[in-house]
Design a protein around this ligand. Structure first.
Ligand code: 6IA
Length: 135
């Protein structure tokens, strides 16, 4: 299964260590197309190259897993595109964060939205989601 992992980049890197743990778990059972989301930023390709590459990966993906706790325009855009392309989407939102999830994500019946307390719980939600995609 090819997974497009989405997480905040320019909207803030506070959760990057969590993204790294989620991507490490995803890699145990799938191909992650977007590992850079989890790694420390080094340099920046031009914006149009980034958009071209990310849209190509999204079209190739069998599933999208997004960490949505840090609200990001780019992640929200990717979620809307994934829905339009008919790609299954899992949104992971950490409980206890000082933010409220957007109604456009939390209210979308086509997205599986998992509120999680810790990374172990997020990983078990990932497993259930990928089992269903794989099945
Ligand atoms: O609006 P944001 O920057 O927070 O959007 C984050 C989302 O957009 C991620 O899920 C990525 O898929 C995508 N994205 C945004 N910036 C980049 C990027 N910049 N490279 C690839 N995808 C991106 C280069 C940073 C890299 C060197 C770590």
């Amino acid at each position: 299964v090819k997974v497009y992992f989405a997480g905040s980049i320019r909207a803030g890197r506070d959760d990057a260590p969590t993204y790294a743990r989620l991507v490490a778990h995803l890699r145990t059972r799938s191909e992650v197309l977007t590992e850079h989301v989890a790694t420390p930023a080094d340099g920046d390709a031009g914006d149009s190259d980034i958009w071209e590459q990310d849209m190509a990966w999204l079209r190739e993906a069998d599933a999208v897993v997004a960490e949505v706790t840090v609200p990001s325009l780019g992640v929200g855009y990717e979620l809307g595109m994934a829905e339009a392309l008919g790609i299954p989407v899992l949104c992971l939102f950490r409980t206890g964060a000082a933010v409220t999830l957007s109604a456009m994500v939390g209210g979308n019946p086509r997205f599986e939205v998992a509120r999680y307390a810790d990374v172990a719980e997020a990983c078990s939600r990932i497993d259930g989601f990928l089992d269903a995609v794989d099945g």
